[in-house]
Design a protein around this ligand. Structure first.
Ligand code: ZN
Ligand code: ZN
Length: 341
């Protein structure tokens, strides 16, 4: 089968790999679409920690949808012919976190397309518990978004939404998904903060009420102005940047919530007393997707025609044209990029 694998050092290559056979507890899926994550670009660039964690020959890709083709011994979660989407995190089921029902923070977590072969391929075989049955009516380029959209669903659902003023910092795919989710769940006003025209345009398309270009004027003043000087009830920090974390804290009302999905590369400097403690706010970190809660929420969202993620998928490429996909992602003038085998 055709697949995209990690090269020695920087880059990926097309390889002719052996079609996997589902081992005990595994399910073989014929991939219909695989979406590209920013992590894949770090893997492509051989950035730390991926340079030491991923060896040459590993098939990349951890977001996909497809149809179940074969079932390994003992796997009974899905049937041959089912359409599925995947959870990228593989939990162990045995550690204290898993036993406490927090499988998304499993202490021995592994990932598809990182620790086992992934979905940039015609077929992928994965442990059955990472698969979720989805409607076959959802087009593949949308169904593959479950994994990454799930991050945003979890982020938005971690705080109040309905009737609230929400500022979203960072308009990559997870920020855009978060806007679509917050809009769908009845946010009163959504303020999108981004740095490029294409991202701000996409934010508008999926439901942002106010657009703030972080390169133009004072971000804090613009958000205060849009909220009659009050600030917002909730900040969703999807950028992982010093500036947006600081600005987010400044525009948050006393008693508000800041929910964090973005991962800053360095330590962050904030006014802890003035902007956190004395404002009596809640700060909440988000990792992965709550299982099964986030997946149940997505089932409802993806079934609703009014929940439209179509504008966010700006590019589709054939699997073997992965270099074009990598290039588009590196340039950054895109929403979500999807590979079709
Ligand atoms: Zn990812
Ligand atoms: Zn575990």
């Amino acid at each position: 089968m055709r697949a995209i694998a990690k090269k020695e050092g920087i880059g990926f290559e097309v390889v002719d790999a052996k079609k996997p056979e589902p081992k005990k507890g595994e399910v073989l899926v014929k991939v219909n679409a695989a979406s590209v994550c920013g992590t894949d670009i770090h893997i492509y660039n051989n950035d730390a920690p991926w340079d030491t964690r991923i060896a040459k020959g590993r098939i990349i890709g951890h977001e996909f949808t497809g149809v179940v083709e074969a079932i390994g011994e003992g796997a009974d979660r899905v049937k041959v012919g089912d359409t599925v989407a995947n959870e990228s995190h593989i939990s162990c089921g045995k550690c204290p976190q898993c036993k406490a029902g927090r499988v998304h923070t499993c202490l021995n977590i592994k990932a598809v397309g990182i620790d086992i072969n992934g979905s940039y391929a015609e077929y992928v075989s994965v442990p059955q518990h990472v698969l979720f049955k989805v409607s076959e009516k959802i087009p593949p380029h949308i169904a593959t978004l479950h994994e990454s959209c799930g991050n945003s669903v979890y982020t938005v659902s971690a705080g109040p939404v309905k009737g609230k003023a929400i500022a979203v910092f960072g308009l990559g795919p997870t920020g855009l998904f978060a806007i679509a989710v917050a809009k769908h769940w009845g946010a009163k006003k959504i303020i999108a903060v981004g740095g490029t025209k294409i991202h701000l345009d996409l934010a508008k398309k999926v439901g942002a009420d106010v657009l703030v270009d972080r390169h133009k004027g004072n971000v804090i003043e613009q958000i205060k102005e849009a909220t009659a000087g009050e600030g917002v009830d909730v900040v969703l920090e999807m950028a992982g940047a010093q500036a947006s974390i600081e600005q987010g804290l400044k525009v948050l009302k006393p008693g508000g919530q800041m929910t964090l999905l973005g991962l800053p590369a360095q330590k962050v400097n904030v006014d802890w007393s003035k902007d956190i403690v004395l404002k009596d706010i809640t700060i909440r970190g988000i990792y992965g997707r709550e299982i099964p809660k986030t997946w149940n929420q997505m089932k409802e969202l993806f079934a609703d025609k009014k929940f439209n993620l179509e504008p966010i998928v700006t590019h589709k490429f054939k699997l073997e044209d992965f270099e074009k996909a990598v290039q588009v992602m590196k340039e950054g003038n895109c929403g979500k990029v999807v590979l079709l085998p």
